[in-house]
Design a protein around this ligand. Structure first.
Ligand SMILES: *[C@@H]1O[C@H](CO)[C@@H](O)[C@H](O)[C@H]1NC(C)=O
Length: 524
């Protein structure tokens, strides 16, 4: 039913659009919104924020809403004499990996900075702040000295040997640090970016906290810049799980651009400008944005500085940043001559087999913010295959979100707990074992594998709001617990969705007010 409808309607409207060429982008939008089933983006937003409560490590607060979880990891750091209780479990295991955790918090904060109003209008602002603060409180603890940052608690090898609830954990909780002799400029840079971005979020509601975050961010940036090195050379246990393939130069630029946004101090801007060339900021043209590779994010933030027009003396460099940002966006839009992002037959952006959704989610976010920047500055995106209007960028975001939420060949929502059909066997220890609330008896390391991991039944606890790795390049998906490439979710998959869903929720609410005339995403 749905699919037939999708084939017919656009054809009709595209035929009409030939008569009114100048309205094409607007009509395209109409096509996008009229052919798809309606999704409740507000509900999806609420769920996406709930997910972060499932991933909490440490002592859970009185207002914890995900009640199948309980306190865990209460001795994290004890062996090393440091309090590292708190923070987030990364995915389906219980390692606290610093680099992806920091990227998660940066993206949650960026979401709140760009779409704070929209998040608030959906009634979710407090939850968004809580999700950010759960991460930044931990980073404050982990940054014990100007030049010491605790990089990881636990390790993948021993953790993955066990299938246990976090409440029962018996695996090593050894903590690993970076310092002057064991540098980690990528980790220090990303954590600085997260804390600088969060300091902007808390500026009004909690100025003292905001100031504290900024102080840590500035120290971390200085540490990362002064003692150069890749963190995975210093923290060996991170190497087979979160290796810094792109190195640390992208994170140092990323940290500097966030610190500039947070402080307005020209030294940070100068860093972004002066190091643009030698750090690859204006050299690397990328088609992915991820916990490892930040170039596209830097380039898009630099483009915004250019569009705001306050930095005339740096126009030359900022324009080169923008050209690379455009390369990323045009690739997503399939508007480059080469180097376009692949798509599945049903249209999902496809970067790679393992946890592909992380790239869809970050692309959706960057397309959304850039669409707003273009709209606000009354500009267009210049791609090799033509000019693109702001509306077309948000149109692609919407199409990707519709796919994620269930408008795809198998009718599966890849956001867990959303709609009626979603992955039931998410590769996640806590979700797949009986809740600690219902069964307090200890479940051992291999007992979890024997009794819970291999079961065919759905997980007993629904990991609401998790965005799983998603389908393969042919839109196929196997809902099996052992299929971790597709059924595992990570905190950095959902984080960018917070901003995207808030924006789409706002647009959807506005559309309610225009029943007869074309409903435009951007009403003037
Ligand atoms: C991308 O653009 C090319 C050239 O216009 C076209 O042949 C191809 O079908 C497009 N791919 C998608 C997924 O839209």
């Amino acid at each position: 039913m749905e699919e037939k409808k999708q084939l017919q309607l656009p054809e009709v409207i595209l035929r009409i659009s030939r008569c009114v060429q100048q309205w094409y982008p607007l009509i395209l939008l109409l096509v996008i919104s009229s052919t798809a089933q309606a999704f409740d983006y507000g509900d999806a937003l609420t769920k996406s924020l709930l997910y972060f409560e499932s991933q909490r490590s440490g002592r859970l607060p009185y207002n914890q809403r995900v009640t199948w979880r309980h306190h865990s990891g209460l001795t994290d750091g004890l062996e090393q004499g440091v309090d590292l209780v708190g923070g987030y479990y990364d995915a389906g295991d219980h390692v606290k990996f610093g680099l992806p955790m920091a990227f998660t918090v940066t993206m949650l904060s960026w979401s709140a900075i760009e779409y704070g109003e929209q998040i608030a209008a959906a009634g979710e602002y407090e939850h968004a702040l809580e999700a950010i603060k759960w991460g930044t409180d931990y980073f404050i603890k982990a940054h014990t000295h100007p030049n010491v940052l605790w990089a990881e608690v636990g390790d993948g090898d021993t953790d993955h040997y066990c299938w246990q609830r976090p409440e029962d954990m018996t695996t090593s909780r050894r903590a690993h640090q970076i310092d002057e002799n064991n540098p980690g400029s990528d980790l220090a840079g990303e954590t600085a970016a997260a804390m600088a971005a969060a300091s902007i979020v808390f500026r009004k509601s909690n100025p003292h906290y905001s100031h504290l975050l900024l102080h840590h961010a500035q120290q971390l940036f200085e540490f990362g810049d002064k003692y150069r090195g890749k963190y995975d050379s210093s923290v060996g246990v991170a190497k087979s799980y979160y290796p810094s393939v792109s190195g640390y130069k992208d994170e140092l630029l990323w940290a500097a651009v966030w610190l500039y946004k947070a402080t307005d101090k020209v030294d940070y801007l100068k860093y972004v400008i002066n190091k643009a060339h030698c750090f690859g900021g204006i050299g690397w043209a990328m088609t992915e944005f991820s916990w490892d590779v930040k170039y596209a994010g830097v380039q898009i933030l630099a483009s915004k500085l250019l569009m705001e027009g306050n930095h005339k003396e740096h126009t030359h460099i900022l324009e080169q940043y923008r050209s690379k940002a455009e390369h990323y966006l045009c690739g997503c839009l399939n508007k480059s001559n080469d180097d376009n992002v692949e798509r599945s037959p049903a249209g999902l952006l496809y970067v790679r087999q393992w946890n592909n959704m992380q790239y869809v989610s970050t692309a959706a976010f960057l397309l959304t913010v850039y669409s707003d920047y273009l709209h606000n500055s009354n500009q267009k995106l210049h791609c090799q295959r033509g000019e693109v209007e702001a509306q077309e960028l948000i149109g692609l975001t919407k199409a990707q979100m519709e796919y994620i939420l269930g408008s795809n060949p198998i009718g599966m929502s890849y956001l867990v707990g959303f709609g009626s059909k979603y992955p039931r066997r998410v590769h996640h220890r806590g979700s797949s074992v009986v809740s600690y609330r219902e069964h307090k008896g200890f479940i051992g390391c291999t007992q979890g594998y024997d009794n819970w991991y291999g079961r065919l039944e759905p997980n007993p606890n629904v990991l609401v709001g998790a965005l799983v790795g998603g389908p393969d390049c042919q839109d196929n998906f196997k809902d099996q617990r052992g299929n971790y490439m597709q059924t595992e979710a990570c905190t950095y998959n959902t984080a960018p969705l917070v901003g995207v869903l808030a924006k789409l929720h706002q647009l959807e609410s506005q559309n309610l007010f225009c029943s007869s005339s074309p409903c435009l995403v951007y009403s003037s």
